[in-house]
Design a protein around this ligand. Sequence first.
Ligand SMILES: C[S@@+](CC[C@H](N)C(=O)[O-])C[C@H]1O[C@@H](n2cnc3c(N)ncnc32)[C@H](O)[C@@H]1O
Length: 268
Amino acid sequence: MAQRPGGGQIDDVPDSADQRGYYELDTTVDEYLAFHYPDGDPLRDLLGDGVPGLDARYPYALRPLWSPVPDGLALDVGAATGRVTFDLARDHRAAVGIDLSRALIRAAAQVKTTGRARYRVQVEGRLFKSEDIAVRTRTSDAYFAPADALHLPFPSATFATVVALNLVDRVPDPRRALGELARVTASGGCLVVGSPFTWLATFTPPEEWLGGFERDGEPVRGADTLRAHLQASGFECRRAVRLPFFIPHHTRSGQLGLSHVQVFEKAR
Ligand SMILES: C[S@@+](CC[C@H](N)C(=O)[O-])C[C@H]1O[C@@H](n2cnc3c(N)ncnc32)[C@H](O)[C@@H]1O
């Protein structure tokens, strides 16, 4: 049985999920394409017409969190199907999206090539419908490659802006990932790290969790550990915001989450 990235056990993922990896599955690619490039308001049918603030919802609300650096480079770590990479490309000379999943990176590259997000949405059981969404953004300045967040294949201080969303609770060594994010951020640069801190032993051994347990009788929270870790590496936390996200599973179900996003500036 496989686990959803946000939590509980599920039984609608094929047995092959564990071998191929959850993020390599065709169904996962379709869900992330639907999440990053929704057809209108993905929550309207679920919650009714009165859902406020479509434009303020993840992932679109991220752009105000970084300052445009027209002659700088940007990096999106754990880019999945590339929505944030494309947003970063609008505000930088170029943006690179990397992900460990070759299937997701292939899908992102296809969106770049075609300017369209094509995916299947499960309606119910074996019933599916196809979506074909135009992606209107500066796709030509976005680049995608498979790579590991724990061994970023870039020289130190390369990127004016680095974003890692919903990644640190999906890697086996979150501290190493933070170290790599810190290393590739240029001095004076911006590092945006967000997570719902959904700790799961399948992705991160419990001894590596940044939070979600007690130490000396005190609760330890992932956002606090993450901030302290980056502060010790010369970063100042400038802002913290809560960003909702919704990953559809089928037309009447999905994963609604809240990412705790912190925006850091690296010392010059
Ligand atoms: C929960 S998803 C978040 C995707 C995207 N950042 C977002 O917020 O929509 C986690 C992503 O991290 C990727 N990932 C997991 N481990 C990774 C690693 N070691 N290096 C790079 N990407 C990784 C997964 O393939 C997946 O695309």
